[in-house]
Ligand binder design. Structure first.
Ligand SMILES: C[S@@+](CC[C@H](N)C(=O)[O-])C[C@H]1O[C@@H](n2cnc3c(N)ncnc32)[C@H](O)[C@@H]1O
Length: 241
């Protein structure tokens, strides 16, 4: 109970710490362009903050995310055996951040290959990440994981997936087998518009794997206001924590 009350304050304190340390780093390195532009500063600040907390968040979520992507989740419950369909084919990982889930994709790709299953393999994964600092870390993780050639970093936001001038190529709507969003819908601007936009990229019969956080489940006041501000577009899909 006490931990639940203190946790938001701990996160806000860490975030405040990264605000000042990011500003100081930019000041001492003479990067005044980033320092004086709010969107650029905000992006760097968030990337530094998330790089610090992401490993802990991942450790807490990994077992559930792996089960979800392996098709072992139904209606929010985890099973030992496969009860649905694993992630496969052409995949969009949205808001891939610094690449916390790249090794999970590598594990799934390896297990599918070894099992000799007739399921289509993970043929292509597009890691969509508009934050330049996080996209660079993501690229590094792809290299380390051995998914080079299968996992491609897309350094733009959802809004520009089909815009070749933004990243040199584009993704055709209706061509994607699976979309994966892990703890990222909280960060996506205009979620209703962008969730709709993303749906268009799925093939007929395509699947969306959702693992979310920051949903208030206890009490009445906070869940009420959260529901008003953020309509639960994915209430019954995947896992929400
Ligand atoms: C809370 S982080 C989660 C990162 C990663 N999924 C993880 O679990 O570690 C949310 C991510 O969404 C990204 N993001 C923000 N706006 C986006 C957009 N318009 N399109 C795609 N990703 C976006 C952010 O840059 C950030 O890396």
């Amino acid at each position: 109970m006490l931990f639940r009350l203190l946790r938001p304050w701990m996160l806000m304190s860490i975030s405040a710490w990264y605000f000042f340390s990011t500003a100081l780093k930019l000041l001492t390195s003479g990067d005044f362009r980033t320092l004086t532009s709010w969107p650029a500063f905000h992006g760097t600040w968030f990337a530094n903050f998330w790089a610090h907390i992401a490993p802990g968040v991942k450790a807490n979520a990994e077992m559930r995310v792996l089960a979800l992507l392996e098709g072992r989740v139904r209606e929010g419950h985890i099973y030992e055996e496969v009860v649905g369909q694993p992630v496969e084919g052409i995949v969009l990982e949205i808001g891939a951040g610094s690449g916390m889930w790249v090794d999970v994709f590598a594990t799934i790709a390896e297990r599918t290959k070894r099992s000799g299953s007739s399921a289509p393999p993970l043929s292509k994964i597009y890691g969509v990440e508009p934050n330049a600092q996080s996209a660079a870390a993501l690229q590094q993780r792809v290299k380390e994981s051995g998914l080079d050639g299968t996992y491609e970093v897309v350094p733009v936001g959802i809004e520009d997936l089909n815009n070749p001038t933004a990243w040199g190529t584009h993704i055709e709507p209706g061509t994607v087998d699976c979309i994966v969003t892990v703890q990222c819908l909280c960060s996506i601007p205009e979620p209703e518009k962008n969730v709709r936009l993303l749906y268009n990229y799925l093939k007929k019969g395509g699947r969306w794997y959702v693992y979310e956080h920051v949903r208030a489940e206890y009490g009445t006041v906070v869940p009420y206001f959260q529901g008003k501000k953020q309509p639960p577009v994915f209430k019954h899909t995947g896992i929400m924590v």
